[in-house]
Ligand binder design. Structure first.
Ligand code: F6R
Length: 594
């Protein structure tokens, strides 16, 4: 949901570094791009609507003078994607430039006030009030830093902001509230950025900025002040992600690279067992109920968590959509453990719910991004070890969330058998990946389909939901996941000749029942792709197409493995339809607005 970068370099021009850094954040927004630098008497600005490569080909974005500047990729909230609405935005005198991620809720009232004072606005964005407020305070005699402090006293909402001014040409000032912003401390370069991948090439030294703190970057270094204007001596963290982790390394897209990294992501996440055990030991005697809260793919991981915790540990568990949480949180108490699943750790709906749950209950966040807001708000944290995920559709972070949830549930229930099974999951995933071409072939057949259905029972039901979500997100084909037994209560009316139905059929007690559902849809003309296990003759004879998986993968651990062919299917259908799976339309990697 928009990406921002700001930097000051000791020796070099900032624009090429800003272009390189902001390109690493394109997963956060790709409807427009802009860069501004400050020199002497001028703000040098280039911006336009479109993907970075398109705008760069037209404008040569790196060709701007000056060793300090700011950059932005946009996911539109206020105003359509156009050059005028793209960031950076300027004040009236073209002396101050601002980039912003988030939403200024009271911008209309501020705009009205500023217009009465004579300010003229060019764009439809909420952001444009910020440079105008900065201008007003600078005109009153403030330096840029003080002007920013006064501005954040006035604006309400979620924001990460970075600003430059021609009056202080070697300086970037920045702040945040409810939107991510990290500070990068290189040897000859200083950064602010929405996320790590932007700066990994230049430094691994990170400072996490807290809400209300203001950071000032200059050629001499970094100063961070709290809301009372005290200079802070903040800890520098070294993050162990490498720049290569955020590159395609020979793959056509990040999505397929990240699908291939799922074995190692799970292995690394399972290696966190001691940390998970410590948390389980601390809370297990003190909870009688669990509630998962999450959005999207993370919600699907949570559904699997419900089946696991209720079945294995016998603790009543519910799953709530984060955006609906406030309508149904009333029964939480101090015996409730509320588990927040979020790969980014910055999803606004999830963070709002986390604040509320912290007041009454124990909170645990399962998060992929170290230092993100969820890790700082939750009472307990489990970090998944997927590494940076750049593809917008969640793949390796999803299976890593599942791995953490399985580990948590197995330790809570003291289920040694499940712990042993989990250790074999990376090998099962590798076997699936070795047969990637089979799915690629099948995907060609379905690339013109209009609707898809996915069905599964029990642990396979969330797989069906997640398979359908992946399809919708990156192929724009309508896909629905259903509990296999539910289909005949209505949705079966939609089944018609040639409609693809993906049936998820791992070995287990309910296999026969789902086979009956498969036959029901076939009888109405459906074209069935069965995802089952080697030796499943019933499925092999009945389904039009099959993809087979190691028969040791039973229904309980199926969510970790059976999702992989479905991710690959969506990927290759998207590629066959000539779409970019890494940057699906209308989506952004990190949803920082409610
Ligand atoms: C789907 C996807 C989204 C996210 C959702 C929650 O591929 O990525 O549905 O799962 O926006 O995001 P996090 O996990 O960052 O809270």
């Amino acid at each position: 949901m928009c990406g921002i970068v700001g930097c000051v370099l000791k020796d070099d021009d900032a624009a090429p570094v800003l272009l390189d850094s902001i390109s690493k954040l394109e997963y956060r927004g790709y409807d427009s791009i802009g860069i501004a630098t400050a020199t002497g008497n001028t703000i040098n600005l280039k911006k336009g609507a479109g993907k970075i490569a398109e705008v760069d080909a037209e404008l040569d974005l790196a060709d701007l003078p000056g060793n300090c500047g700011i950059a932005h990729v946009r996911w539109a909230t206020h105003g359509d994607p156009s050059e005028i609405n793209s960031h950076p935005h300027l004040d009236e005198n073209n002396a101050i430039a601002v980039v912003h991620n988030g939403i200024i809720e009271n911008y209309l009232a501020i705009k009205e006030e500023l217009e009465k004072e004579g300010h003229e606005f060019k764009s439809d964005t909420d952001t444009e009030v910020i440079p105008h407020l900065l201008e007003k305070f600078v005109d009153e005699g403030c330096d840029l830093e003080l002007a920013l402090r006064k501005t954040i006293d006035i604006i309400h909402g979620a924001y990460a902001i970075a600003a430059i001014s021609i009056k202080e040409p070697n300086k970037v000032v920045a702040t945040r509230k409810d939107s991510p912003l990290i500070v990068g401390v290189g040897e000859k370069e200083y950064f602010v950025a929405s996320d790590f991948p932007a700066i990994l090439k230049y430094t691994n030294n990170i400072i996490y900025l807290e809400e209300g703190e203001i950071v000032t970057l200059t050629g001499d270094g970094i100063t961070i002040k709290d809301s009372e204007d005290n200079i802070l001596d903040k800890e520098v963290d070294v993050i162990d992600w490498s720049p290569e982790m955020a590159q395609k390394e020979g793959y056509d897209h990040f999505m397929i690279k990240e699908i291939h990294e799922q074995d190692i992501a799970i292995k690394n996440t399972l290696a966190e067992r001691e940390i998970v055990k410590k948390i389980v030991d601390e809370i297990k005697d003190d909870i009688n109920r669990v509630a998962f809260v999450a959005c999207g793919t993370s919600y699907h991981a949570s559904l699997t968590g419900k089946y696991l915790i209720e079945t294995l540990a016998g603790i009543p568990t519910e799953v709530l959509l984060a955006s609906e949480f406030k309508y149904s949180q009333k029964s939480l108490n101090d015996k409730t453990l509320v588990i927040f699943i979020t790969q980014s750790g910055e999803t606004a709906d999830t963070l709002k719910a986390l604040d509320v749950a912290n007041e009454t209950s124990k909170t645990l966040a399962i998060v992929n991004v170290a230092g993100s807001s969820a890790t700082r708000k939750a009472q307990y944290v489990i970090q998944t070890q997927a590494g940076p995920e750049i593809g917008v559709a969640a793949t390796k972070t999803y299976v890593s969330q599942l791995a953490s949830i399985y580990l948590f549930a197995a330790l809570l229930a003291d289920n040694k058998e499940l712990l042993e099974k989990l250790d074999k999951v990376p090998d099962y995933i590798n076997e699936v990946l070795e047969n990637e071409d089979k799915i690629k072939d099948i995907s060609r057949k379905y690339r013109f389909a209009r609707d898809f259905f996915y069905i599964g029972r029990g642990y396979s039901y969330p797989i069906a939901l997640e398979g359908a979500l992946k399809l919708k997100e990156i192929t724009y084909i309508h896909g629905e996941g259903y509990a296999a037994g539910e289909l005949k209560h209505g949705p079966i009316a939609l089944i018609d000749d040639g409609i693809p139905v993906v049936a998820i059929l791992p070995p287990g007690d309910d296999h026969k029942k789902t086979m009956s559902n498969l036959e029901e849809v076939q009888a109405r003309g459906a074209d069935v792709l069965g995802i089952g296990s080697y030796g499943d003759e019933d499925l092999i004879t009945k389904a039009q197409d099959t993809f087979l998986i190691n028969s040791e993968v039973d229904d309980i651990i199926a969510p970790l493995v059976y999702i992989v062919p479905l991710q690959i299917l969506s990927y290759y259908v998207a590629v066959a339809r000539d779409l970019d799976p890494d940057k699906p339309k209308n989506l952004a990697k990190c949803v920082t607005v409610e």
